[in-house]
Structure formats: C-alpha cells, structure tokens
Design a protein around this ligand. Structure first.
Ligand code: PHE
Length: 340
C-alpha cells in the first residue's frame, strides 16, 4: 500500500488532483484514517505492532503530499513567470495628469493668506431665502438696491417670498452671526449667481467674503488687512491703493478698493502704475445688520469685504475672457490649469 500511495502522490500533476488524493486517504473519512480507527478493536499485542506501522505510513504519505505540493506550486509559479513576463524596456504609457482650475487655485491662495491672519473658512447654501440674501443685510423690501443684483428667483411657494440663487456670499455673514458669538473672523468662498453674460460676466461666478466682528474694530483694520492681502496675493512689495466711497446696504461707510496697475504688453502688473483697477467691495458692518443677527452694535463692530475670485484669477494669471472658465475645454484647462 505504501508504495502504491507514494507512486500516486508522485503521479499527481496538478494541485487539485493532489488535494483529492489527500482527502481520500488522510481526510476524516479517508482510507488511512479508517484504518487508524480499527486499531481500537485490536488485541493489545497486535495494536503494538500495527499502530507504529500505520502511524509511519500516515506520516510518510502526508510528508510526500506536502513535498509534491511544494513542487507543483513552484512549477506553477515558474510557468506564470514565463508567460506573464513584463518587458521592462518598453516605454511607459503616459498618464494624463489632471489640472487644478484657476478658480480653485486662487481660492486656495486667498484662503492661505487670510488663514495666516487668523480667518477660518465658513460656507452656506447656494439656494438662499430672502431674509439671508437681502432683508437681514438691510435691503428693505422694494429697495432699489435689490434690482442691481439681477437675481434668479425660484417659483414662490404659497405666498412666501421666493427663494433665490444667492447673488453674493454676504448671506453667509448673516448665517454665521446668527449662529456664533463674536469675536468672529471668517472667510467665505462660494458660488454666486446673477443674470449676466459677457466677456467679464458669467451667470455663475465665485466670490470670497470676509467678515471680522470684535470690540473696537475700525476702518483702519479694514484697510490694513486688505492692503496686506493685495501685497501677498499679487506678490508685490508696494501697492498703491485707494478706498473710494461706495454704497452697499449692509455696510456703512462702504468703500470699493482700487489698486494701481500698469500694462506691460498684453498683461497687467498690479501695484504701481498709471491706472486704477477696482478689485473688491468693503465696509464697516451696518449696525442694522448686527442687530438683525442678534449682536449688539454698541458692544461690537466689524468690517466685511467681498471680492470676485474669477476676476482676481484673470488679473493674476492673464486670462483675457471669463467665459471659457466654465466650458470644460480640456485644452484651456491644460493651458491655464495648475499642477495639483
Ligand atoms: N456683497 C457685495 C457684492 O457682491 C460685496 C461686499 C461684501 C461689499 C462685503 C461689502 C462688504 O457686491
């Protein structure tokens, strides 16, 4: 029997046959196992002879199966190495690399600069109610300033004021002030929507809003903070800036910030020069807005600013037209996009 079994092991030439053999002989219901069970009924002297013999047989067969299995596995691996060999000398196939959209790049640059000044990022919904987009921001109903926003309205629900696609990121000021006690220092990146379409206006565009609320905040903080930002963002040591009086319902006084620039060939250099460029809106948060959000204007003051990210990107990276930003043209993205 021993010779027969060992021969069978040697003749198994794949792992499955070998495994079947192992089960048939050594498995619980296998032949050798059955023979082992007969030992119990034997007379002690006979068992003394048969026991060691059977045990030796069992061990020999088990060892032979293990060896054969190792051999077969080795052979299989060898075969795979032969057939699946990789030609290391072939040139690799190029993997197309994704690009970061300039808007995202500029978001990140702006967030990093204000992050160093202690601002944290806050966000709000794109679909806003009338309260957050207008009323709480001191746009009374019927106020002409509402008309300047080219608002997209949703169908009104049962007499309620219609929801809108937010026309600016300022509603997030309200949401944060309603939810959080001063001191507040937030930066709000987001999409905003206005019904407008030409080379420098798209119906969806991006803003970054800033809001600082604390005790004894004044216009000097606003100016210092924004001038520092412009220097960092445009990477220039000197920036000539002016704050030109303006009107926003939610700030008083309000100012637009202009910076000097000069044209160099096709592109624009910000900082010094002979012309002014408007880059953002800003102002001291209106006392009515603070009250609307449950903050006492006699105790706290603050400033806010809002800027168009798409335009900042145009100025810094020299894109002439805003519309291709949102056309998902891979050629444009490859040209103007950033390595992540
Ligand atoms: N929300 C204003 C706009 O979209 C910008 C702004 C923000 C102005 C904060 C002042 C303060 O035009």
């Amino acid at each position: 029997l021993r010779h027969q079994l060992l021969a069978e092991v040697q003749n198994s030439d794949d792992i499955r046959t070998l495994e079947q053999l192992r089960i048939a002989e050594l498995g619980k219901k296998g032949r050798i196992s059955a023979m082992m069970r007969t030992l119990g009924q034997m007379a002690p002297e006979e068992r003394g002879i048969q026991g060691p013999l059977l045990n030796a047989l069992k061990q020999q067969v088990a060892a032979a199966i293990m060896d054969r299995k190792a051999e077969l596995e080795e052979a299989e691996l060898e075969k795979r190495l032969q057939t699946e060999r990789i030609d290391m000398t072939l040139p690799p196939r190029a993997i197309p690399e994704g690009r970061l959209h300039p808007v995202m790049q500029v978001f990140e640059e702006v967030a990093a600069i204000f992050g160093d000044m202690g601002f944290t990022v806050a966000e709000g919904p794109d679909i806003e109610d009338d309260w957050h987009n207008f009323t709480a921001l001191n746009f009374p109903e019927g106020h002409p300033a509402r008309e300047t926003h080219d608002t997209f309205f949703f169908h009104p629900q049962q007499g309620a004021a219609p929801k809108v696609l937010r026309t600016h990121t300022s509603p997030v000021q309200v949401r944060v002030m309603e939810a959080q006690k001063p001191p507040i220092r937030i930066l709000v990146p987001g999409r905003v929507y206005r019904n407008d379409w030409d080379a420098t206006h798209t119906p969806m565009f991006h803003q970054v809003e800033g809001l600082v609320i604390d005790k004894a905040i004044h216009m000097g903080h606003l100016k210092g903070c924004l001038i520092d930002f412009v220097k960092e963002f445009f990477e220039v040591a000197n920036v000539e800036a002016r704050f030109r009086p303006h009107f926003f319902p939610f700030t008083e006084p309000s100012a637009e910030m202009d910076v000097k620039y000069r044209k160099v060939g096709e592109s624009i250099e910000i900082g010094e020069g002979d012309s002014w460029m408007e880059i953002l809106g800003s102002g001291m948060v209106h006392p009515n807005v603070l009250s609307n959000c449950g903050i006492d204007p006699d105790e706290y003051q603050g400033f806010a600013f809002g800027m168009g990210i798409d335009r900042l990107a145009m100025l810094k990276y020299g894109m002439p037209d805003l519309r291709p930003y949102f056309e998902a043209d891979a050629g444009w993205t490859r040209h103007y996009g950033f390595r992540p």
